[in-house]
Write a protein that binds this ligand. Structure first.
Ligand code: SF4
Length: 204
């Protein structure tokens, strides 16, 4: 088994509904098939969901999406939208990292995205490219701080050390993105958790 197959196997054994998507279109088809036409969708900040075309496909179909990023673009109240996302029918997100034995590792600054993953909507869908795969929780956090945080910080216009110096100093910045680290080992009680692992590189 290759790393993608190993991870999918581990996730399914732990109770996730995990599938391999051969490309972005395959990921879109799967996500659309498990979200109802009338479902509201809460969404965590994610480049993967935009890059794959999943967001566009849901909007075209007429699903309402509660997303901080979309709220910013439309001038909506971000906090209000984040609260609506917590009680939507479905929560759609990527994951900062995914271990070969099927743990989902995420770091969050505000905490809305990380908490919605395990204590928000009853159906949660994670979509990630194979570039998010990592050996274990320790290497996952190393990867997040080295690869994801600097790029996310620059995208968000933050001036944390990871953005300005390209290194993590375990900073005291009030713009710090690493205030909470969540390791999801199995679906939490009552939740249906899907993981779509794409055989391609998406997001960071
Ligand atoms: S602790 Fe600060 S410098 Fe380190 S990755 Fe997080 S935000 Fe960046």
């Amino acid at each position: 088994m290759n790393d993608i197959e190993k991870t999918i196997d581990a996730l399914n054994k732990k109770g996730f509904k995990a599938v391999i998507a051969t490309d972005a279109n395959d990921a879109v088809s799967y996500v659309i098939s498990v979200i109802g036409h009338d479902d509201t969708v809460g969404m965590g900040g994610s480049m993967t969901l935009f890059e794959t075309g999943i967001v566009d496909s849901l909007l075209k179909r007429g699903n309402t999406i509660y997303s901080g990023e979309l709220a910013d673009r439309c001038g909506q109240d971000k906090n209000e939208v984040r609260h609506k996302a917590m009680t939507a029918d479905v929560y759609l997100t990527s994951t900062n990292a995914l271990t070969l034995d099927g743990d989902l590792i995420n770091i969050d600054g505000t905490g809305n995205r990380a908490s919605a993953m395990f204590y928000g909507p009853n159906k949660v869908i994670f979509v990630a490219g194979k570039n998010k795969l990592t050996a274990n929780p320790h290497t996952a956090v190393v990867r997040i701080k080295k690869v994801a945080c600097p790029q996310n910080a620059r995208r968000l216009g933050l001036s944390t050390p990871c953005a300005t110096e390209n290194r993590c100093t375990d900073c005291d910045s009030d713009q710090r993105m690493c205030n909470v680290t969540v390791r999801i080992q199995r679906p939490t009680r009552g939740k249906e958790m899907h993981v779509v692992l794409i055989d391609g590189e998406f997001g960071y």
